[in-house]
Design a protein around this ligand. Structure first.
Ligand code: URA
Length: 209
């Protein structure tokens, strides 16, 4: 079963309170989501492996640590996932970025894939699927399945806010995927919005309605 990591760091919680606030406008919302993406990336990558390298400081030789192991791919789920991606890239600038686009069929309510573009060596990469809102879990489940179908095998999910329903569904569908979020909220409402949540993340990021 994938583990759930909820980041209770004061800086993340402080920024999240403004992100949630309906008085926060698009510009500030976008900046805050970017900043929280960066702060979360620091923790999400905590278990990445390092290797010893010999370097020379101006004073002497020493063994230092550099990242080793698999390279990283970020996979934002369009479109709200884009909002957190730049922040992560600030910490891991060498990461490649793939995109997965999904929409919800209004009749079946199921996630339907309309766009997938991934780095070629996806099967060799450590993958972070990014979507600020883990609501029903349908998009994340479908996106991760789509990545697995193309050979991806080391996947984690990163978001801002999750509903318990989405966490459960994702854990059941993909047992190998750990979940990293800044808050686990109360529930979904009748329209599958997270409560208390932050509203529609895509609309708030891009100023649409
Ligand atoms: N997507 C959003 O943007 N917000 C929600 O509350 C649920 C899904």
């Amino acid at each position: 079963m994938g583990k759930v990591h909820v980041f209770d760091h004061p800086l993340i919680q402080h920024k999240l309170s403004y992100i949630r606030d309906q008085k926060t406008g698009t510009k500030e919302f976008r900046e805050l989501v970017d900043e929280v993406g960066m702060l979360m990336a620091y923790e999400v990558t905590r278990d990445f492996e390092t290797k010893d390298v010999e370097i020379e400081t101006p004073v002497t030789k020493m063994k230092a640590q550099r990242l080793s192991g698999k390279k990283l791919a970020l996979i934002p789920i369009l479109r709200a996932g884009l909002g957190m991606t730049d922040g992560i890239m600030k910490l891991v600038p060498a990461a490649r970025v793939g995109h997965v686009g999904l929409y919800r069929d209004p009749e079946t309510l199921e996630a339907v894939e309309y766009f997938v573009k991934l780095p070629q060596d996806i099967e060799e990469r450590e993958i972070i699927v990014v979507d600020p809102m883990l609501a029903t879990g349908a998009s994340a489940i479908e996106a991760i399945q789509s990545l697995k179908n193309r050979g991806a095998n080391k996947i984690r999910f990163m978001g801002l806010i999750a509903a318990p329903e989405g966490v459960k569904a994702l854990q059941e569908a993909h047992e190998d995927v750990d979940i990293y979020i800044a808050a686990l909220d109360e529930k979904l409402d009748d329209h599958a919005y997270i409560t208390p949540g932050l509203g529609d993340a895509g609309d708030r990021l891009f100023g649409t309605k």
